[in-house]
Design a protein. Structure first.
Length: 256
């Protein structure tokens, strides 16, 4: 059996010490990592579209103001067209206009508020589908589906939020919009990446009736939430709808 000489043993000890010095343990590496190399994971930059009829215009303004403080993380675009809907593409073609926006911005989030002007017959290929019929419902659902497909055409993971129409003062119009809202909600329920946002009770009293004024939670004062026509939104009304929309969006996206 060979015996280690004192000189060889000393050399071995020196080599071990050097190895420890040159190759620190994993714990030591974590503790000694330079602070300037430890960086937070960057947040994903998002693109958002808000589109719709005249009700969406003031809603979009409220949301644009909110998202302005996140301009370093979100690209916000909106398009609202008075008197538009899915029933009259000859007046304003939402499929074409949405396709142009989606092609340009590749949105992650699309908020749509369309339906208030769609209480009328639908026409396609020389055929007419009377409002309120099952044939109308089927045709309307096919138009909803085409918008959904457009929203995801450039970003398959895009999420669509569809805001239903709020309660109206005119009882006939309110009844018609309930039918449209139910059609949209039932369609959206079975679609991946689609969420229906109900606004009916947002602008109604505790008994579910139409209101023109609302008691502000912060000041206790009565403020207008609807315009004099009983259809459109006063500034505080659009603020309440924007808050409802944000509550839905923030379940999936955090910008804080």
């Amino acid at each position: 059996m060979s015996r280690s000489t004192p000189k060889a043993a000393a050399l071995a000890i020196i080599l071990v010490v050097c190895a420890i010095a040159l190759f620190p343990t994993a714990v030591e590496r974590r503790q000694s990592a330079p602070s300037h190399l430890v960086r937070p994971i960057p947040k994903q930059r998002l693109s958002m579209l808000v589109v719709g009829d005249s009700l969406s215009i003031s809603l979009g303004e409220q949301l644009e103001q909110h998202f302005a403080k996140y301009s370093d993380r979100i690209d916000f675009q909106r398009l609202g067209k008075v008197s538009s809907g899915l029933a009259r593409p000859d007046f304003f073609d939402w499929e074409q206009n949405l396709q142009e926006l989606v092609s340009q911005w590749h949105p992650h989030i699309v908020l749509v508020m369309i339906g208030t002007n769609d209480n009328k017959p639908l026409r396609r290929d020389q055929r007419t589908f009377p409002f309120g019929t099952e044939a109308w419902r089927r045709e309307y659902r096919s138009r909803l589906q085409r918008l959904y497909d457009i929203c995801r055409s450039k970003n398959p993971s895009a999420r669509l939020f569809w805001m239903g129409a709020p309660i109206m003062r005119d009882t006939t119009l309110a009844h018609e919009l309930r039918f449209i809202n139910r059609t949209i909600e039932s369609w959206c329920r079975g679609i991946q990446g689609c969420e229906y946002i109900s606004t009916w009770s947002t602008l109604a009293d505790k008994d579910g009736k139409f209101i023109e004024t609302f008691e502000d939670e912060e000041t206790g004062r009565s403020v207008s939430v609807r315009s004099k026509d009983g259809v459109h939104l006063a500034p505080h009304g659009s603020y309440l709808l924007a808050r409802t929309a944000l509550n839905a969006i923030q379940k999936y996206y955090s910008l804080e």
